[in-house]
Design a protein around this ligand. Structure first.
Ligand code: FAD
Length: 549
């Protein structure tokens, strides 16, 4: 059996190694247009910033070592330029410019994605870069080393854009971020992104939200970025991180079916519309397991998983079905960790799926053990059944393991009630006896069962203070320096039972405390003492004040 694999990094290299493990006798050829295979694209920003010191550390395998280990014919600087699915051949352009054809029994496309580069005036000026591969990395690193770069602007505040801003800052450069949306990290909800906004500003990053780039102009050593708002940012270097799109040029030329999102259409075996031609990674679209809608997912974990799975189908026939990915992603933004899985509220709104959400803030580990920090978790779920739709987390440590656990539950179709049953390993340095995800589960369960009606920060913001009573049950000391919702009545929780007559009974009552727990206790006191229409602010003042920051 002869396998040809186009693209030798995440999906392609994984598939090649797995095919070899299944079939020692197979002929396997990797065609890679670049100079490297199986390198750490996710590590590129950290090499640019200097956290990863040695360039060599980026290369998990050399073409030679991979070829020897797996007995694979690795052909770098060999670009596939045409596929004929009828004669089962691939035309290849080799390093010396000559072309040749190779016959295949099974073909895999894992050509990845291309950076989006809109046709803006001046976008090709010297000093403006995109970051996708080792070559881009070398160009950026070299520019930093050979030019007097004091300021840099990152256009686009996705995960990679933010990593670049941090790494440029780490390299001693003043970083600015320009983003068209009103928030960074488009997949997460605004209330979670707001923590990142605050943190970026605290770290000295200039944040230009709701600003669209109109054009660039190179003036001597400087690059001027003209924004639609009329603002001009003068900088020494620009990183474009506007997004990527599937690299489908070869697939289109070969007449493979392209899906509605622009990725290569594949069936559940990851086979394209042409028999014996498979595709994996950033280039494919696949139904989102939760929505059933075609979905592009530019992440390394799905690419690797698909690479392994497709190898089985290529080597043994179509036996392994791919279940799809739900968009589980994480980023380090300076000291913060932000992670997401499943469907955020904004996505559910777009899809017209009824949902409810909860916000909780819990210690990363026992508060009495040093260096405990808060993790903020936002859950989205079905308001009737409690089925978990999504989770987002932000904090300083331990965010990853919580979101990973919830991702597993979502993929298994579980509910917020199942969250409370999650067993976790506990000792003070690692967690609390009630883990943050158990707390999130308890709170969400209370919402689903109607035990704790909530008001969101947006509803609180939009409420007419004359028509409701906003009750702050924190202590007086917590209201210092304007840290309260304007117009709120302050009755600390421990005084509440004795001061009930101060609370009007003819208006809805929106209670808040610091994070939501005392608000819940106050809600229970009031509702059992005859007050009606009482709601607790989800996530308390912490969620509200961060979102309003
Ligand atoms: P790639 O790994 O991109 O490999 C595609 C290869 O195909 C390329 O080497 C390309 O040269 C080659 N190729 C294309 N066309 C041809 C052709 N015609 N002939 C021959 N070769 C061809 N994901 C995460 O989950 N977490 C992260 O932290 C993360 N960080 C990232 C940071 C950066 C800077 C980048 C660029 C990506 C990051 N990603 C991250 C995304 C992740 O790297 C990709 O999702 C993953 O590599 C996709 O795998 P792939 O095999 O589809 O494509």
């Amino acid at each position: 059996m002869k396998h040809i694999i186009i693209g030798g990094v995440a999906g392609g290299a994984t598939a090649a190694a797995r095919i070899r493990r299944i079939d020692e006798m197979a002929e396997i050829i990797i065609l890679e247009k670049g100079k490297y295979i199986s390198y750490a694209n996710c590590g590129l920003p950290y090499y640019i910033g200097g956290t990863i010191k040695e360039r060599d550390a980026l290369f998990l395998q050399t073409p030679e070592s991979f070829g020897t280990r797996f007995n694979v014919d690795v052909r770098v600087k060999n670009m596939a330029v045409d596929i004929d699915t009828a004669s089962k051949t691939v035309t290849v352009s080799s390093a010396d410019g000559s072309e040749y054809t190779e016959k295949y029994d099974k073909l895999l496309l894992s050509p990845g994605a291309l950076p989006v580069k809109p046709p803006l005036e001046g976008i090709d000026s010297e000093g403006i870069f995109t970051l996708r591969d080792v070559n881009d990395t070398d160009l950026i690193k070299n520019y930093l080393n050979t030019h007097n770069v004091k300021k840099a602007a990152v256009v686009g505040a996705g995960f990679i854009g933010l990593e670049m801003a941090e790494n440029l800052h780490h390299a001693g450069v003043e970083a600015s971020i320009v983003e068209m949306l009103n928030q960074v990290m488009a997949p997460v909800d605004f209330s979670i992104a707001a923590y990142v906004h605050k943190h970026l500003l605290q770290k000295g990053v200039n944040l230009f939200l709701e600003h669209t780039v109109e054009r660039f102009e190179k003036k001597e050593e400087k690059i001027n970025i003209y924004l639609k708002s009329g603002k001009i940012i003068s900088t020494d270097m620009v990183i474009l991180s506007i997004g990527v799109r599937p690299e489908t040029s070869l697939a289109k030329k070969a007449g493979l079916k392209i899906g509605e999102t622009g990725g290569i259409w594949v069936n559940e075996y990851l086979e394209t519309s042409a028999k014996d031609v498979y595709a994996v990674g950033d280039v494919i679209e696949f139904p989102h397991p939760q929505t059933g809608k075609p979905y592009l997912n530019y992440l390394a974990n799905p690419a690797n998983r698909q690479g392994r799975l497709v190898a089985d189908n290529m080597a043994k026939g179509n036996t392994e079905k791919y279940e799809g990915a739900i968009g589980t992603a994480i980023a380090k933004v300076f000291d913060l960790t932000v992670a997401t899985t499943g469907l955020a509220a904004k996505k559910l709104k777009l899809l017209n799926i009824p949902y409810q959400s909860s916000n909780t803030h819990s210690g990363s580990h026992a508060g009495y053990y040093p260096q405990s920090t808060q993790i903020s978790i936002k859950l989205t779920f079905d308001p009737k059944t409690g089925k978990i739709y999504g989770a987002q987390g932000v904090g300083y440590s331990g965010v990853d393991k919580r979101i990973d656990q919830i991702a597993l539950l979502i993929k298994s179709g579980k509910t917020v009630f199942d969250l409370t049953k999650t067993e976790h390993c506990y000792a003070p340095p690692f967690s609390s006896a009630k883990d943050p995800i158990a707390i999130a589960g308890y709170v969400a369960s209370n919402i689903v069962t109607g035990q704790m009606p909530i008001v969101t920060w947006r509803e609180m913001q939009a409420a007419n203070p004359n028509e409701i009573t906003i009750l702050d049950v924190r202590t007086k000391g917590e209201r210092v320096r304007g840290q309260f919702i304007v117009g709120s009545l302050n009755i600390p929780l421990d005084e509440l039972r004795g001061r009930l007559d101060e609370i009007p009974k003819d208006k809805p009552i929106y209670i808040y405390c610091a994070v939501g727990l005392r608000g819940y206790l106050a809600l229970k006191i009031l509702t059992q003492r005859g007050f009606q229409n009482v709601k607790n602010l989800s996530g308390g003042y912490k969620t509200y004040s961060t979102a309003m920051f």
